[in-house]
Write a new protein. Structure first.
Length: 412
């Protein structure tokens, strides 16, 4: 248990001692006539140290404090753990937010807490709001989820704080004491529509380092990704592998294509499977899928695939509408796979990493309700040009179509 100095004179109007030894039973310098409400306990008197929720009225004001007041806070008692500087689809003044954690073992009342940034904006929290021990509070421009983009904001800061994307700071101030401060610049992971989240495993001393923060990954609403009001997920370890820019032709292999699903509509249930033949983990962000129809779509988020493993790209990421798929990435209307034959290419810039040309049943299979799958023994970017090495998928998945999306292919 931590002791807190809340020095409050009793409201009775009694003046402090000394009271003299004959009137001060506990030797604390106060007598009942001067407001000592328990002359047998030297910790109890009108200038006593109030401990919230312990059932004792240490300062003799008639009540046991329910929470720590802002004036009693020390640096680190509140910790900034996540912030959204650049929301999507909403007014930034309403969609920006900051998550704060109570690191103490007592409730904290935020009334009187001053919020400040480095650009001259500030706001004082006037209303009472209790943050439980170890709990979170989300501060932001609006508590209306329709206005703020779906964030569960607990307290509106009633001012346009306008967190800068490029460089700024957010500061929590109690009186003249800075309780916590986060300062960011262009080296920090600030991305459109993604929060900046503190790794829960880092020490408090390292919270000022850009490497201790990472972009939010959980979709919380139209405004973007993050985990407002909840514990942050650990930041991913530094990537050790190959980026798509470092790949050579043949390092990725197109191994399965669903161009004509039957259980769902074509433009909802189409998908494409890719095999990693590079011998190392590959980061696919930046890979472009191109079709001979002139359509293309580029993977715009982190998608990693291990050596000898498969990655699934699909029309949509919602299993409820895509036929029961759990894709690693979705192209969302950017592409369409023709059932009558077309060319597919995997590209990085002008480099073609793999390509196939399926041909309306002349050499490649031409099923409906089943995938075209490359023979399990032919996982090679040269061998997959031969339509004779492909066959129809046989295993039922999801809503009833056939294939092995994201899994090992079967022998033809």
């Amino acid at each position: 248990m931590r002791w807190w100095s809340l020095m409050l004179v009793a409201c009775s109007g009694a003046m402090p001692g000394p009271a003299g030894p004959e009137g001060d039973g506990d030797g604390d310098g106060w007598a009942p006539v001067n407001g000592d409400c328990d002359d047998s306990d030297p910790d109890v008197h009108p200038m006593g140290i109030e401990v919230p929720l312990d059932g004792i009225d240490q300062d003799c004001d008639g009540v046991d404090a329910e929470a720590l007041v802002v004036e009693a806070l020390l640096p680190g008692d509140l910790r900034i753990t996540e912030f959204m500087p650049d929301p999507l689809a909403v007014d930034a003044a309403l969609g920006e937010w900051v998550e704060v954690r109570n690191t103490t073992d007592l409730p904290i009342d935020l009334s009187g807490l001053l919020l400040r940034d480095d650009l001259g904006d500030e706001a004082l929290l006037a209303g009472s709001f209790l943050v439980p021990p170890g709990g979170y509070v989300v501060l932001g421009g609006s508590t209306d989820p329709l206005a703020n983009g779906g964030a569960p904001i607990d307290v509106a800061w009633q001012a346009d704080m306008r967190l800068s994307n490029a460089a700024d700071a957010f500061v929590l101030v109690a009186g003249i004491e800075v309780i916590d401060r986060v300062t960011w610049d262009s080296a920090w992971p600030v991305e459109d529509g993604r929060s900046v989240a503190l790794d829960p495993d880092v020490d408090a001393d390292d919270a000022s380092l850009a490497s201790s923060w990472c972009a939010g990954t959980s979709l919380y609403g139209p405004a973007g990704y993050g985990s407002p009001g909840e514990a942050n997920a650990p930041c991913p370890l530094p990537f050790e592998g190959l980026t798509v820019a470092e790949l050579s032709p043949g390092d990725l292999v197109i191994t399965e294509v669903m161009q004509s699903p039957e259980a769902v509509e074509d433009d909802l249930g189409e998908w494409l499977e890719i095999y990693n033949a590079a011998g190392d983990v590959v980061e696919l962000e930046g890979l472009t899928v191109w079709t001979s129809e002139g359509d293309e779509s580029t993977i715009d988020t982190s998608v990693q695939v291990g050596p000898g493993e498969y990655v699934l790209l699909a029309a949509f990421d919602d299993p409820a509408i895509n036929g029961g798929l759990q894709p690693d990435w979705a192209w969302n209307y950017d592409l369409g796979l023709r059932g009558s034959g077309m060319g597919l290419e995997l590209r990085w810039g002008t480099t073609v990493l793999d390509a196939i040309l399926y041909d309306n049943g002349l050499t490649f299979p031409d099923p409906t309700g089943a995938s075209m799958q490359l023979d399990a023994g032919s996982l090679d970017a040269a061998l997959n040009d031969d339509g004779a090495r492909w066959c129809e998928g046989q295993s039922v998945y999801g809503a009833g179509d056939l294939g092995t999306p994201g899994g090992a292919n079967e022998a033809c």
